[in-house]
Design a protein around this ligand. Structure first.
Ligand code: PHB
Length: 393
């Protein structure tokens, strides 16, 4: 590894000398910057990988395949989304065999946890684009997160429920890191605001059956049910909520935007109508930057609608390119990390920044309502909280 970095330094120096002599552009001498992108491209969470890959490709088409004199080369690996040991092995191979200088992707929390020690040992930046448990960046000083945290998007939902006079809520979450964070933060903020979480239900992450949980919620008859399930699972929850007649029983559904994932809105359809959720990105976000993004993304991917994971990836590339410009093409891990800390930019989701102390994303969280516009359902933003940091769990 260190030999590789030294070779690379020598080449940059050679490039700079050649440039000052007016012989060769520096780019011709520098070796490519390799990025190991590990995502689920198969299995139950394949939509996360598909969204991330599409966003990375779009970013590079729009911004060029080289930055600060370095050709950027993406090495895509499918980890299948369910086996942390596979993710870890892929990260190790990418670092030792392929000599990647950056790791990126990470569709689920256990997979990010598994790769963290590899990033620490190799001293390579690890850009977490999707996984959203609060504690992730504490697992390695080389982790930077460009997606979101469940705690960050859940707190504004609990505050909104208090403001809207809900008195009793049942929470239903997937039984692992991000779900437990959401459950804890919702209960804290809702109970502190004067409400009462009357029951906290946890569904398994693998092969969940939501029917018995929703039957229980119907019996408990709270004012509202708050739900977090990871992207890909929302349609199943909405289907059961509708079939079991919970809305008819006067129970309101509120959730994080993971449940009403833009990638799934077409298959969820009218079951989403009127559901209020909180999240950091909606394909309906009304900014010029986002309109251009949604259009370009659709054009390049047979009409596919970008979801929040795509935006975590697009901004991950934005962060990497900006950091490389700052280091003048030097891909030393510590230098890249230093460049990334405190970086701020205008994302398609709104203003974002990387907290220099926690290496976690700071962003606006929006409250949205699902509505049919132009013949299909979108999460339409109607309220927001600016500059939300991960509250920590
Ligand atoms: C996670 O495993 O951290 C995760 C995955 C998908 C989501 C949210 C969190 O939508």
């Amino acid at each position: 590894m260190s030999e590789n970095i030294n070779t690379h330094r020598r080449q940059i120096l050679l490039g700079a000398a050649a440039l000052s002599a007016g012989v060769l552009p520096a780019a011709a001498a520098a070796e490519p910057l390799k990025v190991g992108l590990i995502v689920p491209m198969s299995g139950p969470f394949a939509s996360t990988g598909r969204q991330i890959e599409a966003a990375v490709k779009l970013f590079m088409r729009q911004n060029g395949a080289s930055v600060a004199g370095r050709q950027v080369e993406i090495i895509l690996k499918d980890d299948g989304g369910v086996a942390p040991d596979v993710t870890k092995r892929l990260a190790q191979e990418l670092v030792s065999r392929d000599k990647v200088q950056v790791l990126a992707g990470f569709g689920l929390t256990p997979l990010a946890f598994a790769a963290a020690p590899v990033a620490t040992q190799a001293k390579v930046p690890m850009i977490v684009m999707a996984a959203a448990t609060s504690v992730i960046p504490q697992r390695s000083p080389y982790i930077v997160r460009t997606g979101f945290t469940l705690a960050q998007v859940t707190a504004p939902m609990a505050q909104w429920a208090v403001k809207n006079k809900m008195k009793t809520v049942v929470t239903l979450v997937s039984d692992y890191g991000p779900g437990l964070d959401a459950e804890k933060v919702f209960a804290k903020d809702f109970n502190e605001g004067g409400g009462k979480v009357v029951e906290s239900l946890r569904a398994p992450l693998r092969n969940p059956d939501y029917a018995p949980f929703l039957a229980k919620v119907k019996d408990l008859k709270p004012d509202a049910l708050f739900v977090f399930v990871p992207s890909g699972e929302g349609a199943a929850v909405l289907k059961q909520f509708t079939e079991r007649g919970l809305a008819g029983a006067g129970i309101r559904l509120i959730c994080t935007g993971d449940v009403l994932d833009d990638d799934l809105m077409a298959s969820i359809g009218p079951a989403a109508a009127g559901v209020v959720s909180s999240h950091h990105y909606s394909a309906a976000h009304p900014s010029a930057e986002n309109k251009a993004y949604v259009e370009a993304f659709g054009k390049a991917n047979k009409g596919m609608r970008p979801n929040f994971h795509s935006v975590g990836a697009y901004d991950g590339m934005q962060l990497l390119y900006a950091a490389l410009k700052k280091t003048a093409g030097d891909s030393n891990g510590d230098k890249l990390l230093a460049a990334m800390k405190g970086m701020e930019w205008t994302s398609v989701r709104g203003p974002v920044g990387i907290d220099a102390g926690t290496r976690d994303i700071v962003q606006t969280v929006y409250i949205r309502k699902a509505e049919a516009t132009g013949g299909s359902y979108f999460n339409v933003e109607f309220d927001k909280v600016d500059k939300v940091r991960d509250p920590g769990v």
